[in-house]
Write a new protein. Sequence first.
Length: 287
Amino acid sequence: MNCRLLGLLLALLSSCSAWAVLLEPEKVSTAQANVSVLPQHFSIAGLNRDRQIRLYLPPHYHQSTKHYPVLYMHDGQNIFDDATAYAGEWGVDETLNLLSEQGWLDLIVVAIDNDGRHRMTEYSGWDNPRFGRAEGYEYTDFVRNVVKPYIDSHYRTLPEPAFTGIMGSSMGGLISHYAVFNQPGTFGRAGIFSPSYWYAEQVFEQTNSSALPADSRIMLLMGRQEGSEMVGNMLKMAQLLQQQGLEPQQLATKVVAGEHNEAFWRREFADAVLYLFNPAAFYLRRP
């Protein structure tokens, strides 16, 4: 093939690629009206990184004087909006709007974006030979000492541990587990979905050697289709927590049909958030 013909072919391919990008339909935002993106970015001390934060306020927040419990969530891009989600969204805003309408729960949600590149290390409190040095201490310290004080000072929250939760899935489940043990005076509630306990065996050592405050409440969730190792690790963790003395009203363990994806976590979110913040409603809604 001569150079001129090759050049024409490359130009044509480049043009086709450009048109494909232009013609690709733009994702429509599915975030509800009571979701916003905070205008400023927040810096993680020690890591020299900024983070964007998305905020959900209860439907009647601006018409009331009430103070609300708060749930901090990871992977913020996937929590409210299909347009920003990279693997589907949880639909947390739609679910909470419905729970509010039904009179079950009003809750503030603070969703912290990940930055993709450092997600594995930021969401672990323990080093990993493959992925590198743990940055979970810096990340959870950021949530506790930067994000939470900002939210508590700018919005009507109930700041005590009994009204403050943390929740995530996969690596987000691992860092939520780490946070509830390492920040027990901050997070009294934890939703631990499909946790990546495989990433760090030290999580079992930490759980075995530490005790949570008596009023802590945890939900562990795993899908049967996530694999025998994932299910086995979660059941092992549940046993350790039970040995610590956590009663059924403090620890819910669910292994149900489900895969490792946002559709599964979206389906289970309502049950989890009610168990953590309004257990009476959780039991009333069960079939």
